[in-house]
Design a binder for this molecule. Structure first.
Ligand SMILES: [Zn+2]
Ligand SMILES: [Zn+2]
Length: 319
């Protein structure tokens, strides 16, 4: 590919690292299809500013910056003006609607590039830009307060970062983790979970809020059952699979919804989520475990992700 040319408001980034996310499989396999092909995937990008457009004022050549899922929004609609740019009708996603970071170079609007805290190397910072920032947004939307209890359904990259944020910001909160494998449950307990079990287990005490990061419906039904009156379920998933959709017929109003239980989804991220989360991550020193691949090994990394060969977050590292 030719090196892209930044427009007046954009910077050209020499990519150092780009995280591999499950959403790339959704794009490639057509569940979240890019509107135009070909497109370069990748939305957890860390790189150095190589050159700047004429109207760029805050970033300079040599600055280390990150790019996340939000590539741009209109900047004018009521959502954009109120800081909910994640809901903008003109929201553009990095690596789906425009070229992303599986590349040596990419361009991005200056306003959507974030300085990366010194404490992280580039491979460690990459997964924070997606799993971390979206996890942070999910936690904000859950409305959790110190001393209230939280459940996490599914224990992947995002949930294990959320657990660490909860421990830091809400020390009196009990954390309940619902995970399929004993390994994941053990890891959750090591990180400080109060209780671990399967999503179909009944918890010893009802929970104030639950964040679901699974692609299935079973966890939605089970979570609603475990919520306290007035409790909230936050679904942090870009899509849900149809395979077990018939379970929704088991939804029982009095068991699952009565007593003001709420369901809310999480869509995308805002710039504020990313900036606040990067700050917090450096304060708590959240350091994700990463496995590195070269750019040429991108397809191997994707296949391993599909086959669930999980060894921490996968990151492509450019020479
Ligand atoms: Zn992602
Ligand atoms: Zn807008």
């Amino acid at each position: 590919m030719p090196i892209p040319v930044p427009n007046d408001h954009e910077v050209l980034i020499k990519v150092l690292a780009c995280g591999v996310c499950h959403t790339e499989l959704d794009e490639i396999e057509g569940r979240t299809a890019p509107p135009v092909l070909p497109v370069i995937p990748g939305h957890q990008v860390v790189g150095l500013v190589e050159s700047t457009g004429k109207l760029v004022s805050k970033l300079c050549r040599g600055d280390r910056v990150g790019v996340a899922w939000i590539f741009s929004s209109c900047g004018k609609c009521s959502f954009c003006i109120s800081g909910q740019e994640n809901l903008c009708a003109e929201f553009k996603a990095t690596g789906r609607d425009v070229n992303g970071g599986y590349a040596e170079y990419m361009t991005v609007p200056e306003a959507f590039a974030y300085r990366i805290p010194e404490v992280f190397n580039s491979s460690q910072a990459a997964p924070l830009l997606c799993a971390g920032a979206v996890g942070y947004r999910s936690l904000l939307l859950s409305g959790l307060q110190n001393g209230k209890n939280i459940g996490l359904t599914g224990f992947g990259a995002s949930a294990h970062i959320v657990l660490q944020i909860v421990r830091f910001k809400f020390p009196e909160t009990k954390i309940f983790v619902f995970a399929r494998s004993e390994n994941e449950r053990k890891f959750a307990r090591e990180l400080g979970a109060f209780w671990t079990g399967d999503s179909s287990d009944i918890v010893p005490e009802p929970i104030d809020c639950i964040i679901d990061t699974t692609p299935v419906w079973k966890s939605v039904i089970e979570a609603l059952k475990n919520l306290k009156p007035g409790g909230r379920l936050v679904i942090n998933a870009i899509r849900k699979e149809d395979t077990d959709k018939s379970l929704l017929l088991n939804l029982d109003f009095s068991t699952h919804l009565w007593m003001e239980k709420e369901i809310k989804s999480v869509a995308n991220v805002t710039r504020r989520d990313i900036i606040e989360f990067l700050d917090l991550a450096s304060e708590i020193s959240i350091v994700p475990e990463v496995t590195e691949y070269s750019l040429e090994q991108a397809n191997i990394a994707l296949v391993e992700m599909k086959l669930r060969v999980i060894k921490g977050a996968k990151v492509l590292v450019m020479d």
